[in-house]
Structures are given as structure tokens and as C-alpha cells.
Design a protein around this ligand. Structure first.
Ligand code: FMN
Length: 183
């Protein structure tokens, strides 16, 4: 059993990336893992905007990240980059918060034109936070899936397969790490 945290980065209450987060969470729980989801829009807005490092809600979210062996970040693309609300939360994490953790970035966008925002925008940010080990990221466009609340319907079954395969890789890597630590 591994301890995994999902950070859901959309400011929208009706959110495609939240539905994807719930989908990934249910797969991971079925596989027997301990999973927590931090939905950044549910953190106190004033704490995020005024960078209140001492906020109990922020401290609690920080602890979840600290204790996790893997971090999955699911976010929409905003203006060819990550949404500001996701950055306000990541800004409150200590510098090397993702060090030693396996990171899996998932991004949703309206267009394929911004596929490379994962490489030029998201990944450099995760790297500053110490991320060195990652599972191949998944980028998808809105037309590839529909959602109602937390229920997802994959219009493009390849996306479902890519997400499941990435989760498989993540769990394999976690298992390998655990075995190495025991030896
Ligand atoms: C303010 C805003 C900016 C956006 N900027 C981009 C963009 O630059 N590139 C892109 O591909 N999609 C962009 N989109 C579309 C979203 O990334 C896309 O619809 C995403 O799936 C929304 O995810 P969510 O429902 O979890 O918020 C933007 C959407 C909004 C609301």
C-alpha cells in the first residue's frame, strides 16, 4: 500500500480535471492505496492570496504532500500555463517538497496547441520543487472526454488507456522503490 496525494488545480467548481482526479483516485483506492486529494480551490482563498504559510488548512495540505510517496497533479491549462490558483498553493510548499517523490502530471486543455505547456511551464515548476522522478505525463483535450459531476465518459478510449497505463507505471515504480528500501 502506498501513500499518494492528488493535487487538483482547477479554480472551477464544475471541473474536468476534478472529474479526472476522482477517476484516478478510485483506481488507486481499488488497488489498495491510501489516497488524499487536495482540491486547491477549496483551500481558504485569503490564505492563498496573502501567502499565509501558517494557515492550519495550508499546513494540513502541506503535511499530506510531505507524507506522500507519489504526487499526481491534475490541472487545466490556463493561458498556455498552469492556473494561478494552483501556483498560489505550490508557492506555499517548502522548496524541495517533491524531492524523492514520484510525480505524475496530468493536464487538460481546450486545444492541442498548448500540449507543450507541460514541458515549458508545468515541469519546470515541479522541478524547482525538487521533482526528479516522474511518470510520463498525460495531456488531453476537452473533446476527448465528457463529464457530469465526478462521472467521466471517455469519448476517446485511448485517453482512458493512457491514464490507466500511467497509473500502472506509477504503482510499479513505487513497489520497486519500496523493495529497494527494504534491501
Ligand atoms: C481562463 C481560461 C484560460 C484557458 N486557457 C487555455 C489555454 O491557454 N490553452 C488551452 O488549451 N486551453 C485553455 N483553456 C481551456 C481549459 O484548459 C480546458 O477547458 C480545461 O479542460 C478546463 O479544465 P477544468 O474544467 O478542470 O477547469 C482555458 C480555460 C479558461 C477558463
Amino acid at each position: 500500500m502506498s501513500n499518494i496525494v492528488i493535487i487538483s488545480g482547477s479554480p472551477s467548481t464544475l471541473s474536468r480535471s476534478s472529474a479526472i482526479s476522482a477517476f484516478l483516485e478510485s483506481i488507486l483506492i481499488k488497488e489498495g492505496n491510501q489516497v488524499s486529494t487536495i482540491t486547491v480551490r477549496n483551500l481558504p482563498p485569503e490564505d492563498l492570496i496573502y501567502a499565509n504559510f501558517n494557515s492550519p488548512a495550508i499546513q494540513q495540505a502541506k503535511l499530506l504532500v510531505e507524507q506522500a510517496e507519489a504526487v499526481i497533479i491534475v490541472s487545466p491549462v490556463y493561458k498556455a500555463s498552469y492556473p494561478g490558483v494552483l501556483k498560489t498553493f505550490l508557492d506555499l510548499l517548502p522548496e524541495k517538497s517533491l524531492e524523492g517523490k514520484i510525480v505524475f502530471p496530468v493536464a487538460t486543455g481546450g486545444t492541442y496547441a498548448h500540449l507543450l505547456s507541460l514541458e515549458y511551464s508545468f515541469k519546470p515548476l515541479f522541478s524547482v520543487l525538487g521533482a526528479r522522478e516522474s511518470v510520463e505525463s498525460v495531456y488531453m483535450v476537452d473533446s476527448q472526454l465528457t463529464y457530469s459531476g465526478q462521472e467521466i465518459t471517455f469519448v476517446d478510449s485511448e485517453i482512458e488507456q493512457r491514464l490507466k497505463s500511467a497509473i500502472g507505471q506509477l504503482l510499479e515504480r513505487l513497489q520497486r522503490k519500496e523493495l529497494q528500501e527494504i534491501r
